[in-house]
Design a protein around this ligand. Structure first.
Ligand SMILES: [Zn+2]
Length: 463
């Protein structure tokens, strides 16, 4: 019988080399050229047929193997974050390059872990002749730009029966959660400049329009769904001279809510406020789409299958050296982060982890929660049953998007977590292949959850 664990351990070096190589070249959204290339090369070497440039995105790619009727997809990512440059394997803040990029969300591991899972499943298919089409998707721009939302809109996942992914974190468990749908849009106001003292009556202030718009939206907050979030940043205030009436100003808005439809409704109201602000100030307003993601639809059938794999696989084991380094990283965290280290844990788990800085325990399947953030996996989950796990690649208490994530991202701690995730994902796929009824049930559950709703991308057509 094919042994996933053995296969991954035997080929561990191939996978850790790839993830370290991607860690070395942190690239931002839609610019992941080297990372996509490294991944494409690895897929080809592993015997996958590689298609680049999918969905019209230069850094999106697909590796496929087999041509059976059941289509199983692993989702990988490889984008990094700005201003998070950091040396690996050190426990103090030491950027490699001032203001450089860094893998502060562990997507070097995410892409490679999913690739490793795909390699394990490929081997399984070879040995068993399972009637499966296996796909690995290299998905760009998760951090900004919502690559998967564009890919879903292009119909890339339409024939997929099951999508599996993961995310590096501080715990080992099924990510049984929904997330907030979002819509990011820039409002650009055009006014007229004038000497603010000599001829104020001739000026029309774009900055006034931005301020009035924000005031309007702040009044709107009381009248939206409890879980909705509206954030803004003034990305251009019209200049630094108070004695010049600001002819141009812009503000970026990010609107989030539990359901896509709610985001659309709130966006419509925000647009009315923007038009109101333009009317009040006699300026003109234009919008520029920035990004959008759908809410994540979890799947209980698949969550249980994945939990089974977690409950029945060897758990993570860390060396003295891992623990020592983890303690140093833990000591570098602020008190609030340390205090959050044991969030979402049962009292028993907290007790078992006393004196540990890395989490080797499996979290039991928790009731569905709403993640107060967004992910572009959401779009995929609308068109095909989707399941994700997390594994402990980071030190307890480490928040995402920090230098501490980058610092552990190419160490044995992260490598172990990545291979563990690959094992759980591959085993989840195999469990579904060997009991195809599960896939049918997962699909039926998705339809029930959609309740007649159909996927409609939030991305405007002209993008
Ligand atoms: Zn991430």
């Amino acid at each position: 019988m094919f042994n996933v664990h053995e296969f991954l351990q035997k080929n561990a070096q191939t996978f850790t080399n790839l993830s370290d190589a991607i860690w070395e070249v942190p690239e931002l959204y839609f610019n992941e050229k080297k990372s996509a290339q490294l991944t494409a090369n690895a897929l080809e070497e592993a015997g996958f047929e590689v298609t680049r440039n999918i969905a019209g995105l230069e850094t999106a790619l697909m590796g496929s193997y087999g041509n059976g009727p059941t289509v199983i997809a692993f989702l990988g990512e490889y984008d990094a974050l700005p201003s998070l440059s950091q040396k690996g394997g050190v426990s103090t803040y030491e950027p490699i390059e001032a203001n450089g990029h860094g893998h502060g969300c562990g997507h070097n591991l995410l892409g490679t872990g999913s690739f490793a899972a795909a390699c394990a499943l490929k081997k399984y298919i070879e040995e068993t002749n399972a009637p499966v089409t296996l796909r690995f998707y290299g998905c760009p721009a998760e951090e900004a730009g919502s690559g998967k939302a564009h890919m879903t809109k292009a119909g890339i996942f339409d024939d997929v029966d099951l999508a599996i992914s993961w995310h590096p974190m501080t715990s080992n468990g099924v990510m049984n959660m929904t997330s907030l749908a979002n819509y990011a849009v820039k409002f650009k106001f055009y006014g007229k400049s004038a000497h603010a003292a000599a001829a104020p009556h001739l000026g029309r202030s774009a900055l006034d329009a931005v301020e009035l718009m924000n005031v309007g939206v702040n009044y709107l907050r009381e009248h939206v769904e409890q879980e909705a979030r509206i954030h803004y940043a003034i990305t251009n205030s019209g200049g630094t001279a108070p004695n010049v009436v600001q002819a141009y100003a812009e503000v970026d808005y990010l609107i989030r809510a539990p359901r896509k439809k709610q985001v659309v409704d709130i966006f419509e109201r925000v647009q009315k406020i923007a038009q109101g602000a333009a009317l009040m100030t006699e300026t003109k307003v234009e919008m520029e789409f920035q990004g959008a993601a759908s809410d994540l639809i979890p799947n209980t059938i698949l969550a249980k299958v994945m939990q089974d794999q977690l409950d029945n696989s060897p758990t993570l084991s860390f060396t003295e050296e891992d623990q020592q380094f983890a303690k140093e990283i833990y000591d570098s965290l602020d008190e609030a982060s340390k205090a959050s280290a044991y969030q979402f844990m049962t009292p028993q788990m907290k007790q078992q982890l006393q004196g540990h800085y890395l989490n080797h325990l499996v979290t039991p399947l928790l009731p569905e929660v709403l993640l107060p953030g967004s992910t572009d996996v959401g779009d995929v989950s609308w068109v095909t049953p989707t399941v994700q796990c997390s594994t402990a690649c980071w030190v307890l208490g480490t928040p995402a998007h920090t230098w501490q994530v980058v610092a552990v991202g190419n160490t044995p701690i992260a490598h172990k977590g990545m291979l563990y995730a690959a094992e759980i994902m591959a085993k989840t796929a195999i469990a579904c292949i060997e009991n195809p009824k599960l896939i049918d049930e997962a699909k039926a559950e998705l339809q029930t959850r959609l309740d007649g709703d159909v996927y409609q991308s939030l991305i405007p057509d002209n993008i």
